[in-house]
Design a protein around this ligand. Structure first.
Ligand code: ADP
Length: 491
């Protein structure tokens, strides 16, 4: 079997930077590919949060000149590190004005940085120039989300006659179709792919440039992070205006379910939680629940069912369903805790609700990885009523930590959580389809029936904790895609 050289470009990578699941994926997939004998090189920005000392990043000598079309060339430095627990080379594009001097990665949901298109075109161009500088000639280029989606278009146009990248296929993974990188037509002058591509069959989208669309049109293969989402995005309901473009690429479109990185997400070894536990020794989970109730100033009572939520406070995540159901949940005598940041109006509503129902509902409006782990570990149930969910990682982590997922059956949630059936004692959670608070509430009531029967609950928790979503099998899926493009089928 030939080993492949894979260039991966992404805007966030665990453990260096993270705002969501994309970072988890790009932090884990390269290690899984390396374990299967492949050579992955990562390129990502050096944001303010990327700690040079902690990750022992070293400066590559000499600056890199990055052409930006009509704007001329910009210089940047390159730092080199290694993805922890691997030998994967990780290169950081260092440019203070674009990345290093700003506290966030993208700005906020309401106010994204106004030059994000420019910043990520820069990342894309820098990644290609860097390959030449370090003589890394990839067999495949794998880009993630709109932030790196200029690359497939550049490879097929601007770099078409460049022998360095000759014949190099590109793969685009869509982690969330909602974010597309839509920018003014002026972008074309920096993009340098040729104005002939500014048309509906190309990168144009209602008079603007759509960077994700460019990636879909020009990449050799498109993947998304679950089989169900790969079908959903071909429909008007989930396609975010790109369903037609995706349908045109249907023969090159694959859904590959994400894995969970069990080296990090393991209650038996997790150092962020109060007490460790495993399927065969569950005492620690009770301790975690107690300390979580204390941390959120709720009544400390092991018999009260505790429901958790961790995620972006966003319409996508169905947070308003939880808000709508809080009064009824409170009447059911349960406790609900929520961790997240995002939409200001929703945050205000949650804050008001927690003041109103302080006995049963508490929230922390922050991004806090340690607390997220403590919620997975300490809660009995995990709420994920997403309206759409490309894959979703929270439900996978919660299962591992014995917190039973209650999910809207969409996208990756549909592919990973099966309804628990009392008679057969099979299933790992509770699913529902409706879009109202009362639909969530019905699922919660089914969950509570099982909770009241502690023997049954033990079976359900055991089912969930034994469920494994390994990165090895996801990596195999990506290798199949890579090999279908490199023409090497003996993998
Ligand atoms: P998405 O990528 O759409 O935000 P995922 O479920 O795929 O959703 O991944 C979310 C990841 O981000 C998980 O690792 C989750 O634990 C983490 N996360 C989300 N919100 C927070 C938060 N407020 N604090 C800490 N971790 C968070």
């Amino acid at each position: 079997m030939n080993s492949l050289r894979i260039l991966m470009v992404a805007s966030e990578i665990v453990p260096f930077s993270k705002t969501g699941g994309l970072a988890d994926v790009v932090g884990a997939l390269p290690r899984a590919l390396e374990a299967l004998g492949h050579d992955v090189t990562l390129v990502t920005p050096r944001y303010y949060v990327v700690d040079k000392k902690k990750w022992e990043l070293e400066d590559l000598s000499g600056s890199l000149s990055v052409p930006m079309g009509a704007l001329g060339a910009y210089d940047c430095s390159i730092l080199r590190g290694t993805l922890p627990k691997s030998k994967v080379s990780s290169y950081f594009v260092e440019h203070d004005a674009f990345y290093g001097s700003r506290t966030g990665l993208y700005g906020t949901e309401e106010e994204p940085f106004s030059d994000n298109d420019h910043r990520f075109l820069f990342l894309s161009r820098a990644a290609l120039e860097l390959c030449k500088k370090i003589f890394f000639k990839p067999d495949v280029i794998h880009v993630h989300d709109w932030h790196a989606a200029c690359i497939p278009a550049l490879i097929k146009t601007k770099f078409a006659d460049d022998p360095f990248f000759a014949g190099c296929p590109t793969v685009l993974t869509i982690h969330n179709l909602r974010h597309q990188g839509i920018c003014d037509r002026d972008f074309m002058s920096k993009f340098e792919i040729g104005w002939e591509h500014f048309q509906p069959e190309g990168v144009e989208f209602f008079g603007h440039v759509n960077v994700l669309k460019a990636g879909i049109v020009f990449s050799d293969a498109v993947t998304t992070v679950s089989p169900t989402y790969s079908k959903e995005i071909q429909t008007a309901e989930f396609g975010e205006g790109l369903e037609g473009v995706l349908r045109n690429r249907v023969s090159d479109l694959t859904g590959i379910l994400n894995g969970a990185d069990y080296e990090i997400w393991n209650p038996a070894t997790d150092t962020a939680i109060t007490a460790n536990f495993s399927r065969l020794s569950m005492d620690g989970k009770e301790t975690c629940k107690k300390s979580l109730q204390e941390e959120f100033q709720l009544a400390v009572d092991p018999t009260v069912p505790l429901f958790g939520f961790v995620g972006r406070i966003d319409e996508q995540k169905g947070v308003h369903l939880i808000a709508d159901a809080i009064a009824d949940l409170s009447d059911l005598g349960v406790q609900v805790i929520l961790l997240g940041t995002g939409d200001k109006t929703l945050q205000d509503r949650l804050r008001d609700l927690s003041a109103d129902k302080s006995d049963s509902f508490a929230c922390r409006l922050a991004f806090d990885s340690g607390l997220a782990q403590r919620i997975y570990a300490g809660s009995d149930f995990f709420l994920m009523p997403s309206f759409f969910e490309p894959c979703g990682l929270g439900q996978m982590y919660s299962m591992r930590y014995g917190s039973i997922p209650i999910v809207r059956s969409t996208g990756g949630l549909h592919d990973t959580v099966t309804d628990f059936v009392t008679e057969t004692k099979k299933g790992t959670g509770f699913t529902f389809r409706g879009k109202e608070g009362r639909d969530l509430l019905e699922a919660v009531k089914r969950a509570l029936e099982v909770y009241r029967d502690q023997d049954l609950m033990k079976v359900l928790v055991g089912n969930a904790m034994s469920k494994k979503f390994t990165w090895e099998s996801s990596a195999q899926g990506y290798l199949d895609v890579y090999r279908s493009l490199t023409g090497d089928s003996d993998g």
